[in-house]
Design a protein around this ligand. Structure first.
Ligand code: ZN
Length: 478
């Protein structure tokens, strides 16, 4: 349902600021929530079109603020490597992706996102312009709200960690003007699909980019207002390299280049020191916490509580499914709720279900610059009508219903019943995605993925050679 005629979600459980969940109706007009009426049913005839959501909970659509669509077809190809080794296998799995592979990777990802109730996603892909166009078109097909931050870099992957080898290559296609790639892509696609597609700069990470490139991104961003999305201090190795490379530390270095401001989202931030947390907090930049990936690659545990205490806007992402395991943001919420209890001494300071839910919704919308002019990530009159309905009937996880939000985060494997973006129903559990045929996507993506891995065999062999080289370098260092 979409258009200017109002329609209503009737009798859903709706989160309120002070009364927990209350039964009520949500009236939607165009892309916004026009009215939320609690406890009093909408009068018949107010809006003839409606979804009866009795027994369902209505939540703001979740915001997955860090995904790599290029990793969708190469999930679970390798297991158990740290990032510095893993990234060479990841590159091997994306180098030969065709435009068709890119399209099916995005559509397949969208099915996984929709089933989890994710309505907004940031994609950070290493593609050349041709494949970026295929990526934008595919996301546009889905109806999801999407930010694409093309990954750019101008240093070799080995060079960036201080290893010299003839086998070196950049993490993505080398462009003559990488920042210009983001800008021309933004000119052509930002605001497309009724404003649901946006574009950001995506410098891969400070140590993978020259200062010239980072400065160019900072200048472009302040001129155009485009956001900047980059990985930062993900691993212990990166922390060491950054300490050696930047006299005042990498965070102050980014600040001095003009890259820390509210338009910037910094991904991972596992190895920040307390002073760096203060600098980020003062700058207004956001941090994307990606706990599943940090565990899978053995990167570490980000100091999320310290960041939140300092006032940093922290949000959540899953990473690509080849390093985070899934695109289901509820996994990240569960880990964010549980993980920091291990490192946080004072139990009174443990994260709450409510605070973690905010990381996965409102904070993500802010980080991606999508919270204005209309709020996003909250159910409120005047906010964007991005809504996920979950049917709680006959679900043992919700019997008895004692604390709906806590139960949702701890045991929330329930598939989304209906997903609404901009007032349009883009997915139902019964019918699948509204805009494309799910069965065909699953079947073709599976076939293309298997073929891609087979075609990439020589590249995986190259990654294996790099793995042995890095192992030898590490052995020499110790
Ligand atoms: Zn990433």
């Amino acid at each position: 349902m979409a258009g200017s005629e109002p329609w209503t979600i009737r009798q859903a459980l709706i989160p309120t600021a002070d009364r927990g969940f209350c039964k009520g109706d949500i009236r939607i007009r165009g892309d916004k929530i026009e009215e939320i009426r609690l406890d009093a049913p909408t009068r018949e005839g107010d809006s003839p079109r409606s979804i009866v959501a009795d027994g369902m909970v209505a939540l703001p659509g979740l915001v997955n603020a860090h995904v790599h669509s290029h990793g969708v077809l190469s999930k679970a190809v390798v297991e158990g490597f740290p990032l510095e080794v893993w990234s060479h296998y990841a590159k091997a799995g994306r180098e030969l992706m065709s435009e068709e592979d890119v399209r099916y990777a995005c559509l397949l990802a969208s099915v996984e996102l929709m089933r989890a109730g994710v309505s907004t996603v940031l994609d950070h892909p290493y593609y050349d312009r041709r494949r970026l166009d295929a990526c934008a078109k595919a996301w546009g097909e889905t109806g999801l709200r999407v930010v694409v931050a093309p990954s750019i870099a101008d240093k070799g992957m080995l060079e960036s960690i201080g290893v010299s080898s003839g086998d070196d290559s950049a993490p993505g296609p080398m462009e003559e003007d990488p920042a210009g790639l983001c800008e021309s892509f933004a000119r052509d696609w930002s605001g497309a699909f009724d404003g649901r597609l946006r574009v950001m700069y995506g410098p891969s990470a400070p140590h993978r980019c020259s200062d010239g490139l980072l400065r160019r991104v900072a200048d472009g961003s302040s001129r155009s207002g485009l956001g900047v999305h980059l990985h930062l201090l993900e691993t212990r190795t990166q922390a060491r390299i950054c300490r050696q490379s930047y006299e005042r530390g990498v965070v102050r270095h980014l600040d001095s280049l003009g890259l820390l401001n509210p338009r910037t989202s910094l991904v991972h931030c596992v190895w920040l020191d307390p002073e760096e947390i203060e600098v980020i907090a003062r700058s207004g930049a956001s941090v994307v916490h990606v706990p599943a990936s940090n565990l899978l690659l053995g990167s570490g545990i980000a100091p999320v509580k310290s960041m939140v205490r300092a006032g940093v806007n922290v949000c959540l992402g899953t990473d690509g499914p080849n390093c985070g395991g899934s695109l289901d943001l509820r996994d990240s919420m569960r880990l964010a709720l549980l993980l920091h209890r291990v490192t946080e001494g004072d139990y009174e300071d443990w994260p709450s279900a409510r605070s973690v839910f905010q990381l996965g919704t409102r904070n993500g919308a802010y980080a991606l610059g999508l919270d204005a002019p209309a709020p996003l990530g909250v159910l409120r009159e005047g906010a964007k009508a991005d809504i996920a309905l979950f049917d709680l009937r006959n679900k043992p996880e919700f019997v008895p219903n004692n604390d709906l939000l806590l139960q949702f985060i701890l045991a929330g494997s329930v598939e989304c019943e209906t997903l609404v973006v901009d007032g349009e129903v883009i997915y139902t559990r019964e019918g699948g995605p509204a805009r494309f045929e799910e069965a065909e996507i699953m079947e073709t993506a599976g076939r293309l993925g298997t073929d891609l891995i087979r075609r990439s065999r020589a590249l995986y062999d190259g990654a294996e050679r790099v793995r042995r080289l890095l192992h030898a370098v590490a052995a020499k260092d110790t």
